[in-house]
Design a protein around this ligand. Sequence first.
Ligand code: NAD
Length: 290
Amino acid sequence: MIIDGKEIAKQIRQELRDKVSALLSEGKRAPRLGIVIVGHNPASETYVANKMKACAEVGIEAVRIAYEDTISEAQLLQEVENLNADNSIDGFIVQLPLPAHISEQHITSAIDYRKDVDGLTPENVGRTAQGLPSIVSATPRGIRELLARYNIPTDGKHIVVIGRSNIVGKPMASLLMQKHEHGNATVTLCHSHTVHLKEICLSADIIIVAVGHPGLLTEDMVSQGVTVIDVGITRVEDPTSPKGYRICGDVDFENVAPKCAYITPVPGGVGPMTIVSLLQNTLAAYEHIR
Ligand code: NAD
């Protein structure tokens, strides 16, 4: 069965729209998200525009806060402090990457974890690891939502996560091992230094791949009945496509899919869930995670 991330994202957007209009009809203000962008990186401009549009669709107010790439780290840290103190902003993100003279680690760590709707602060990551209420980064949150909404059990299952990035692999593993209805899994985290990746994957009930190498997960690495979640997004040249490229995941979809109980396509699987999770996190920040 192919997991339809677009459809689930659409359902969640409707649920969010209903929640925001209920807030407004109670006389409350709409949730408000700040989106900080530094410089004019074209990919970042596109991501920010998509996030603004997604907010508008559900009634979340998005405020674009743009700085030239000449801003110093100290000035940007001050802007983060101002947003932390601004009661009219429920949550905010700083679009990455930042110019080379600014430490992403310094900026991210300065965000008040209650407003950190990207879930990247050490505090939110630590709170997730300890099973405390936290804001979870968007992609892992979206994947857990997909598993939950497709009634794919995780309790007692062996879940193999491939990739150990701070935005996907590590928080994904941390989330799935928690004592939680949609956790309680036995998690193996694999990465570029893992030996016997194939043997580890063959014992998995669920495999989540977040590497960025098209075709990494092949048919011989998966058992019959496995669930495969493909996070990878790589542009591959394709002269037959009008754009000159196509988007590929990390899974050899054609040969792996016949062995799967469930599998996500790329595009249309995990991708649509990521922005919707940011909207859910904004609502959570509005309702105050403590
Ligand atoms: P990354 O690019 O920071 O790191 C890649 C990870 O893969 C590393 O942890 C590395 O150890 C591991 N790795 C590399 N080669 C490996 C190998 N041969 N075997 C096992 N592990 C190996 O990771 P990222 O930022 O999580 O991105 C991974 C992919 O997911 C990229 O294609 C990215 O574009 C995509 N992504 C998609 C979404 C989405 O919304 N669908 C969100 C974030 C990232």
